[in-house]
Design a protein around this ligand. Structure first.
Ligand code: ZN
Ligand code: ZN
Length: 222
């Protein structure tokens, strides 16, 4: 399909719910950062976000005024059909760096300057400073390594920045988002080749199956 080509390599996108939450400013900072970073890499989600922002802006101003009526609605629909007028404030990312622009405010631009901490099994992480409603961290998973088997007490969003991982049969590469919730138990495995670097946000601690991870968890704050 030619549409796949237009979208580049990204196969796994944000939900409407997340884009609307981001447009409305209601997501915790940690999730907002993952959304902004994906949107900077993804034309499709940037266009969808532009539509939601147009509708949101319209609801805030004149469209809420019933006197304006159907003209305003028509105008809004036309606006959405044309796509975002003023591109969303997020800069388009050059594909040349591992950290897209929105992430650089939190992580800097230099991958080699990240202060990694061990998470066990060769996996390393670096927590980024955000408000406490949710946490976000960089993960460094050596090629061929599996993350500890775990479930979730809340929501987890994982965005691939470098390399790729597989979760069962599904592959996630740069720009792809995996969304997990309480019903999902998984063991993502980094592909052979280069290390997989991800940006992952959670709003509740994970549930590890392994005893070692469970003991270490309070110290790792994951
Ligand atoms: Zn997308
Ligand atoms: Zn998970």
């Amino acid at each position: 399909m030619k549409d796949d080509k237009k979208m580049g390599q990204i196969n796994h996108h944000l939900t409407d719910q997340l884009l609307i939450g981001y447009a409305a400013g209601t997501l915790p900072e940690a999730f907002g950062l993952v959304v902004a970073t994906h949107v900077s890499l993804c034309d499709e989600c940037r266009a969808r976000l532009g539509g939601f922002e147009a509708v949101g802006g319209c609801l805030m101003d004149e469209c809420a005024d019933s006197a304006v009526g159907s003209d305003a609605l028509q105008a809004t629909l036309a606006l959405i059909a044309r796509g975002p007028q003023e591109p969303v404030k997020l800069p388009r990312n050059g594909a040349d760096t591992v950290f897209p622009a929105p992430l650089r405010d939190y992580a800097g631009s230099d991958l080699s300057a990240i202060n990694w901490r061990r998470l066990g099994g060769g996996v390393r992480h670096a927590r980024l400073a955000t408000s406490d409603a949710a946490t976000v961290r960089l993960l460094h998973i050596p090629a061929g390594t599996r993350l500890p088997d775990h479930g979730h007490r809340g929501n987890e969003m994982t965005l691939v920045l470098q390399g790729a991982f597989r979760d069962e049969t599904v592959r996630f590469a740069r720009g792809d988002i995996e969304i997990a919730d309480q019903n999902m138990h998984h063991t993502p495995v980094a592909e052979q080749g280069e290390a997989c670097i991800c940006l992952a946000a959670t709003d509740a601690p994970l549930k590890f199956s392994g005893l070692i991870q469970r003991i270490a968890q309070p110290f790792l704050r994951i």
